[in-house]
Design a binder for this molecule. Structure first.
Ligand SMILES: [Cu+2]
Length: 336
């Protein structure tokens, strides 16, 4: 879609959706931004930036599905997605759709997987993945529900393709996980995959690899059980270490620590859409646990535009429209 500048001065009574949810859609090469979905496989979801979750799902997609690799339906767009040439050792970035910024607390990471046939446009991502970039807690004295996390407020992930990466075509998967609903098994995963061709003469070999799905499951406390409003920083750090998020990144030296998580959690249950669930989702978006003093704050963070007991704005900024997500939470959304 075309770039539309966001209105900076928010008219009173209009909800701003810009920071509610997000997806990586642009590749930044030598400081230059690509078009949306030029090098990143576009998902077929109706609302491309909605999260993937274990429960209270959108489009029934969960982290246990094979489409957790590069997002729902994105393989059907692989052939028309271009492949960006990148020299091993170069720094590139994956940037969010529609000038979004990350407005949820949680870790960000980048994984790569080599196309075995040499052609990434026909690669489903069912091979080995290795991690090249990781950002968890940067500010342990900060607010765990917000700026304690390095990725909070970022509009892109900037990372180096390790100089030892062997030449070939790869999927590069950027992911952010919102942990604000983890106390109710409602961690939110935001991710997509770029297609790149690495050049150079690298001969490295990552020793720690993962399968997707399989690298995460909802018996990991980080995603199911952690509570950012009540847990200590030390507890959160331990929970991180029990998942691949806590593993070292591969920097090309052929070294990595810890063991790969490889068990899959199996099929997730899709809960019935009832008011209990609605309350849980509302809670996951901070409307219960977070002591937010002003309506304005709620709006700018979550794009809420309605729901039971909602007294804030009920209209959204163009081109977004207000859609009921559950009885408690209506959100400004836009088709992608
Ligand atoms: Cu969310």
């Amino acid at each position: 879609m075309k770039y539309i500048p966001l209105v900076v001065a928010v008219a009173a009574g209009l909800a701003r959706p810009a920071t509610a949810h997000y997806i990586f859609s642009k590749l930044v090469l030598k400081g230059e931004e690509s078009a949306d979905w030029q090098y990143i496989r576009e998902t077929t979801r109706r609302q491309c930036y909605m999260p993937t979750k274990y429960t209270s799902t959108f489009d029934n997609l969960t982290p246990s599905d094979s489409d957790f690799r590069c997002n729902l339906g994105s393989f059907s767009n692989a052939a028309k997605t271009e492949v960006a040439e990148v020299a091993a050792g170069d720094t590139i970035a994956m940037k969010l759709f529609y000038d979004g910024t990350i407005a949820h607390p949680g870790p960000g990471q980048v994984y790569m997987s080599k196309a075995p046939t040499g052609n990434v446009q026909e690669y489903k991502g069912d091979g080995d993945w290795f991690k090249i970039w990781e950002k968890t807690l940067c500010n342990i004295n900060g607010d765990l529900t917000k700026d304690a996390w390095c990725a909070y407020g970022m509009s892109q992930f900037e990372f180096q393709i390790p100089a030892a990466t062997p030449a070939g075509e790869y999927l590069v998967r950027a992911e952010h996980v919102g942990l604000h609903g983890a106390q109710a098994n409602e961690a939110e995963f935001f991710y997509s995959c770029a297609q790149i061709k690495v050049t150079g003469s690298g001969t490295g070999s990552p020793s720690l690899t993962y399968q997707i799905p399989g690298l995460y499951n909802d018996s990991m406390t980080l995603f199911n059980g952690l509570n950012l409003w009540t847990d200590s920083v030390e507890k959160v750090q331990l929970d991180i270490l029990e998942t691949p998020v806590g593993d070292d990144v591969w920097n090309g030296a052929g070294s990595a620590s810890s063991s790969a998580a490889s068990s899959s959690s199996g099929a997730a249950t899709v809960a019935a859409q009832d008011t209990t669930q609605g309350a849980t989702i509302a809670a996951a978006h901070g409307q219960v646990q977070t002591p937010i003093s002003t309506t304005t704050n709620l709006v700018s963070q979550y794009g809420q535009c309605g729901g039971l007991d909602w007294s804030g704005p009920t209209e959204c900024e163009t081109p977004y429209t207000c859609v009921q997500q559950n009885p408690y939470y209506h959100q400004c959304v836009n088709s992608c």
